[in-house]
Design a protein around this ligand. Sequence first.
Ligand code: SAM
Length: 248
Amino acid sequence: MRLDIVTIFPEYLEPLNVSLVGKARTRGQLDVRIHDLRDWAHDKHNTVDDTPYGGGPGMVMKPEPWGEALDSVIGSAEGDDRPVIVVPTPSGRPFTQQLAVELSAKPWLVFTPARYEGIDRRVIEEYGDRCDVRELSIGDYVLAGGEAPVLVMVEAIARLLPGVLGNAASHQDDSFAPGAMADLLEGPVYTKPPEWRGRGIPDVLLSGHHGKIARWRRDEAFRRTDLNRPDLIERADPAAFDKKDREI
Ligand code: SAM
């Protein structure tokens, strides 16, 4: 998978050299290219922002540097060879695990993390006419810039790529994973020692009985989802739940 990120703070994306994403890059599973937006700002101060039309506080990112940057990154790619453009913005649709799965199947993503009050709207419209543009929010709060949201989204997407996680099955049991967990949250997890500060672990986990362990995990997932995110249960397909789930 190829990822291009256009930003005024390339150094903010240093964590993409570390851990899982860093290893995926070294192994050639991810081709990450980070671009400095100011390379496409031509005045003596490399200005990328200006005052908003209609007045009001804050500055808006100018369309010209973004246009030149995206033209240069996308190049002559046509049709299905064009990238999906991901625009982080608090006013976008929520970025979910389901979207991470969908985006992990795309060969090429371009991220446009903004600063100030965001990017001149015409840029989104211009590239929306040519490419699949997704305006995505990582949560109901406002950050100073889109770089942290890009780190969040890239990590969520990269760990789903084939061969990136040591154990390919491990994300199938994660919170929100469709299938066995039916979009529930994951329940509690334990490791050795069997007793720590007087606290033991549930007996069933030592039973060696795979069926009972799976049932316990499912019950705990249901219980935790009901407690922390009842909205997920309300939204889920009732067919994904069995009689035992409904008794909890
Ligand atoms: N005025 C904008 C609004 O209220 O929607 C907020 C702009 S914010 C200060 C600057 C940039 O940070 C945004 O353009 C976006 O790139 C990024 N950003 C901030 N919060 C975000 C979030 N929750 N999800 C995704 N991107 C976010």
